[in-house]
Write a protein that binds this ligand. Structure first.
Ligand SMILES: [Fe+2]
Length: 195
């Protein structure tokens, strides 16, 4: 429930009063309640993206998450598997970074990291065909989550292009999306109040 503001609203952010800023925050907070539904909407945007393969990118995401779920992965990792390619709705080239930043305020640090580096790990399976370094994953050798990323990519993401796999439907993952994206959103360090 939002309220009206009686005082001057200001025409530029530099003119906003502390009272008006405080008033506006309730809209920002209320908007967060829409995030789970928006994530589900973003996932549906993957459906028309097929990239010439046998499964479209929504099926691929569901299959990656199904494989993670059946392997007993944690809630955050299953949700990471579901959203790891969300960035493809905007940029194939840069899709891991786009997806990681979308999920970062709500997902655990390791789950966010795995999304961000998954393309580097996936390279072992196809980068040689593109003249790229197939062992790009070595850049992350010092990470405490290196083996998790290997499992994520080699066991789940890499195999999730099988049209005959009994992939779980999006409905199965809806409660997980709602739980994770209803958490309090974490702020980046630079946006935390000083003093
Ligand atoms: Fe993928």
């Amino acid at each position: 429930m939002t309220t009206e503001f009686a005082g001057p609203k200001g025409r530029s952010m530099g003119d906003f009063s502390p009272e008006y800023m405080e008033h506006l925050q309730q809209y920002v907070d209320a908007d967060l309640a829409e995030v789970p539904q928006r994530i589900l909407g973003q996932l549906l945007l993957l459906e028309p993206i097929r990239e010439g393969m046998e499964v479209n990118q929504l099926e691929h995401s569901l299959q990656t998450a199904t494989r993670a779920d059946r392997a007993g992965a944690s809630l955050d990792i299953v949700v990471a598997a579901l959203v790891h390619d969300l960035g493809k709705t905007i940029s194939n080239e840069n899709h891991p970074a786009v997806a990681a930043e979308m999920a970062r305020p709500w997902l655990s640090e390791e789950a966010t990291w795995v999304i961000k580096v998954h393309q580097d790990f996936q390279g072992i399976h196809y980068f040689a065909l593109m003249g790229l370094d197939p062992m790009m994953r070595r850049r992350h050798a010092d990470s405490p989550w290196y083996e998790l990323a290997e499992q994520f990519v080699d066991d789940w993401d890499n195999h999730a292009f099988d049209p005959d796999y009994d992939t779980l439907p999006l409905e199965h993952f809806v409660p997980m999306v709602q739980e994770v994206f209803s958490r309090p959103a974490k702020r980046p360090e630079r946006l935390r109040p000083v003093g």
